[in-house]
Design a protein. Structure first.
Length: 276
């Protein structure tokens, strides 16, 4: 009886891993179709399908997000849709924040800590924070378009852009998400950018800070399973290209709402899972 059960478990694990790689294609397609949002699915896939510890999964996620955003940046550059000046102003403090969190912040968090009588593990803290981030991303996708009205404030609010860069960088370093849903509204509302340039500039910022954060994690001696992460990254890039080609054929607003409800549900499920 034990031998057949072993084969069933092995086959099930293989199918779960195949499903994980398949999610790489789906995540990439979402990135290509919507210009963002798909990166919030990378952490749950790595943690729940590939069984990678959350602290390690943040580094893996940064690598995948960074490479995917870099490919998107090249496409935006060809269409002259990247604002280098503003992107640099946002990227420099963001890059410093994500590197600091990955290099020194995450390792400094104790594996278990207590608030009164309640104890929480480091992994539960990361996944709980990530769940709230997913819910925030879902809200950003589900709210009406007219909630975001461009206003031109010029460059007098450069310090707000830099501060936002620090905050987004810290979030990226902690949970491994790109943070595009936080960057784009700031670029549109505060600087009056068009959505096309804001998305291209956001991709540039995400690629720089995510890859810098990944190298920061390597500075801690983090071991990377390249045999796992390179195929996943490659499939995500392929999915991004496919999604970009499909963009003109799929109604983006409908897809965005469906995806928004999906990640909202996932965020709630993760919160319930980690609270048990």
């Amino acid at each position: 009886m034990l031998l057949p059960l072993f084969y069933v478990q092995s086959a099930l694990m293989e199918w779960v891993e195949i499903a994980g790689y398949g999610m790489g294609l789906i995540i990439g397609a979402i990135l290509g179709l919507l210009g963002g949002g798909g990166s919030v699915l990378i952490m749950p896939v790595l943690v729940y399908l590939f069984h990678i510890l959350p602290a390690e999964a943040t580094a893996y996620s940064l690598f995948v997000v960074g490479c995917g955003a870099l490919m998107g940046t090249f496409g935006s550059l060809k269409r002259n849709q990247v604002d280098w000046k503003t992107g640099g102003l946002f990227a420099v403090p963001s890059m410093l924040a994500v590197y600091t969190v990955q290099r020194w912040g995450l390792p400094a968090i104790p594996e278990t800590w207590a608030i009164g009588q309640y104890q929480m593990s480091k992994d539960a803290l990361i996944m709980g924070t990530f769940a709230f981030l997913m819910i925030a991303a879902a809200y950003s996708m589900l709210k009406r378009k007219n909630a975001l009205k461009p206003k031109s404030f010029g460059n007098s609010l450069w310090w707000i852009i830099a501060a936002e860069g620090l905050v987004v960088g810290a979030i990226t370093g902690f949970v491994g998400a790109g943070g595009g849903f936080l960057i784009v509204p700031v670029l549109v509302v505060l600087l009056g950018m068009s959505m096309e340039i804001a998305v291209g500039t956001s991709l540039m910022i995400i690629s720089i800070k995510s890859l810098v954060g990944f190298f920061g994690s390597l500075g801690n001696g983090a071991e990377v399973d390249w045999m796992l992460i390179l195929p996943f990254m490659a499939l995500t890039v392929v999915g991004t290209h496919v999604g970009t080609l499909m963009r003109s054929r799929v109604k983006g607003s409908t897809l965005k709402r469906i995806f928004g409800w999906f990640i909202l549900l996932m965020g709630v499920v993760i919160l319930l899972t980690e609270s048990n």
